[in-house]
Design a protein around this ligand. Structure first.
Ligand SMILES: Nc1ncnc2c1ncn2[C@@H]1O[C@H](COP(=O)(O)OP(=O)(O)OP(=O)(O)O)[C@@H](O)[C@H]1O
Ligand SMILES: [Mg+2]
Length: 248
């Protein structure tokens, strides 16, 4: 099991507690608005999107929900590595698979080929797959919508791990496919102008931002920062305590 699966390895750590709080906020949105699919993205790289998604998926599984992570980061996807599943065939190959079409009577089986069981009960992933030469174009194929429609009947929660908004266009294409978008920012790294620009881009694409996660928060600065970031409603604080939990 990977060190990134903190909620599994260290369920009592502050990060695990913060992830459970995030699960509660998202569950509220799910029941109030009938939401099921969520895109988790950020302005730039290494803000903690993949780590939050994998732990959030486990948190949902712990509350008896069946979860699917769709690793939509076709360039640098790492969910297969976090959960230790095979990555030869994944989303990139599914988006290019002509048998995924609305007339295929065996669509369940065709889509099912790409869904991998993880070591965690009730957590499944469609890994990113071998890196394609045309990632952005692949998202414009009709397969993505067909896959999403197909898996919506089989899972309680669907989480898309997406690349950073300000780096590549893929996340922008995905914005309006999810019921809700969660924006991650890293404290002392994400610039407020970048966050504002990201918010605009998501909204222009019809994305529905349901909250902001402030990540990599030093414990001693939590209260101070929470006040500053409070203007982004529905935010949740992911605490970073390298004394109690050393992550790397
Ligand atoms: N709250 C946290 N506390 C400590 N380390 C963290 C935290 N969140 C993320 N990290 C670490 O930061 C690094 C980047 O995290 P991650 O890969 O999840 O970011 P990302 O936003 O998905 O990056 P990319 O844009 O490259 O996809 C990883 O080493 C991860 O373990
Ligand atoms: Mg990532």
């Amino acid at each position: 099991m990977r060190k990134d699966l903190i909620i599994h390895e260290a369920p009592k750590s502050p990060i695990s507690e913060a992830i459970r709080t995030l699960r509660t906020s998202i569950t509220y949105k799910m029941s109030k608005n009938n939401y099921k699919s969520f895109l988790i993205t950020s302005s730039s790289t290494e803000d903690g999107k993949s780590l939050i998604i994998s732990n959030l998926a486990i948190a949902f599984s712990q509350s008896k929900q069946k979860v699917l992570i769709i690793d939509s980061d076709l360039r640098k996807g790492r969910q297969h590595d976090i959960f230790k599943v095979d990555n030869v065939e994944g989303l990139a190959q599914a988006l290019d698979n002509k048998n995924i079409n609305k007339d295929n009577e065996n669509l369940d089986a065709e889509v099912g080929k790409y869904i991998k069981q993880t070591q965690i009960d009730n957590v499944y992933i469609i890994p990113a797959g071998a890196v394609p030469h045309n990632p952005s174009e692949l998202f414009e194929n009709s397969q993505f919508d067909l896959i999403l429609d197909n898996v919506k009947n089989k899972f309680d929660v669907i989480l898309f791990d997406a690349p950073p908004i300000n780096i590549v266009t893929d996340s922008m294409i995905l914005c309006n496919k999810a019921d809700g978008v969660v924006l991650v920012c890293a404290i002392e790294k994400t610039k407020s102008e970048a966050l504002v620009e990201t918010k605009k881009k998501i909204e222009n694409m019809g994305g529905n931002i349901i909250g902001v996660v402030v990540n990599k928060m030093p414990m001693d600065k939590m209260k101070e920062y929470a006040k500053d970031y409070g203007r982004y409603t529905d935010n949740q604080i992911i605490k970073y305590d390298d004394k109690k939990y050393k992550i790397s």
